[in-house]
Design a protein around this ligand. Structure first.
Ligand code: PBG
Length: 327
């Protein structure tokens, strides 16, 4: 052929043309911002491995929640950092534990203007840093942990949360959570299941953010990064147990998993762009090696394109502000 038969470049010529034919848009309403609140702080404290992110005081959390609502984010996922921990993680169940207090604060501040969510897991509250209770031999005891999650779910619901996010990867955690919420009179509290959660190196900065006490790793309950079919099984179980939404975590290194999960279920699929994903781009940008804003938006677009309808990202507020003026 003497000349190209087809010219795909025609549809790339101008910004207006590219906008017209764009297949994927990131909408602020589908972004969820994780926030950390630390018991006893009077001022927010920066998290060095998550540049721009802080451990909030109760006061600064309320202000940040308002700012997030003004930016138009779809939700806020709350994590609590207690000032003391015990083997049972009882601070997660205590109505006056920092996470439950923070839920009440944020709900009082923003009401239904965004979706308030909470991490349903013991790792921030246990002295050993595991997501569950331990047997005398130091194994994570699945079924004893389920009973604690049930109590924690009810405490979070009583504090006014809209969505709980069981993230501990115990077998049966979604079913137990659903039943406990229903039995306690909270049938309207939704479950965002961390259905697919890999034992990932990309959680590093999060461990600083919550001052994790963990020694060792979580490989007996979180998934092997080598496995995809196992994720479909996890998702199937969680949907059968009553998950309203399912999540894949981490995000960018697992786009094939996001895409397979999207194809397998008809509930909303979320992806968690985790702390290490954020930190990598921030660090490269701080060195002048990468265009920070473009890398941020490209990574979010990729998660959407792979099939994540909802994205948890530490950039949610900033990205929402940028995107509002984009389309
Ligand atoms: C467990 C939990 C973790 C993250 C979210 N929920 C840590 C872990 O499993 O070790 C990680 C999130 C991130 O890295 O941004 N409660």
């Amino acid at each position: 052929m003497p000349y190209p038969q087809m010219r795909p470049r025609r549809l790339r010529r101008t910004a207006a043309m590219r906008r017209l034919v764009s297949e994927t848009r990131v909408d602020p309403a589908e972004l969820v911002v994780p926030m950390f609140v630390k018991e006893g702080l009077t001022e927010p404290r920066p998290i060095s491995s998550l540049p721009g992110m802080v451990q909030h005081s109760r006061d600064s959390l309320r202000k940040a929640a308002v700012e997030a609502v003004q930016a138009g984010v779809g939700g806020i996922m709350l994590f609590g950092v207690p000032s003391s921990r015990d083997a049972h993680g009882s601070g997660g169940i205590d109505p006056n534990g920092i996470l439950n207090v923070a839920i009440r604060d944020v709900v009082a501040e923003v009401g239904d203007a965004t979706v308030v969510m909470s991490d349903l897991c013991l790792d921030e509250f246990t002295s050993h840093g595991h997501c569950g209770l331990l047997t005398p031999d130091g194994e994570v005891d699945n079924d004893a942990t389920l009973a604690a999650y049930a109590e924690m779910a009810v405490a979070q619901a009583a504090a006014g949360v809209g969505v709980v996010g069981p993230s501990g990867m115990m077998d049966g955690q979604v079913g137990v959570t659903r039943r406990a919420l229903d039995a306690a009179g909270y049938p309207d509290v939704a479950v965002l299941a961390y259905a697919v959660k890999y034992a990932s190196a990309f959680y590093g900065p999060f461990r600083e953010a919550v001052e994790s006490a963990l020694e060792g790793d979580r490989r007996t309950y979180q998934q092997d990064p080598a496995n995809l079919r196992e994720s479909l099984r996890e998702v199937e179980l969680d949907v059968a147990e009553g998950a309203d939404m399912v999540m894949v975590k981490p995000g960018l290194p697992y786009l094939d998993v996001v895409s397979a999960v999207r194809a397998a279920v008809d509930v909303p699929v979320a992806a968690y762009q985790v702390s290490g994903e954020y930190a990598m781009i921030e660090a490269a940008a701080a060195n002048g090696w990468i265009d920070r804003e473009r890398a941020m938006l490209e990574s979010l677009t990729s998660l959407r394109r792979a099939g994540a309808q909802i994205i948890l990202t530490y950039w949610a507020v900033e990205a929402a502000q940028l995107l509002r003026h984009r389309y």
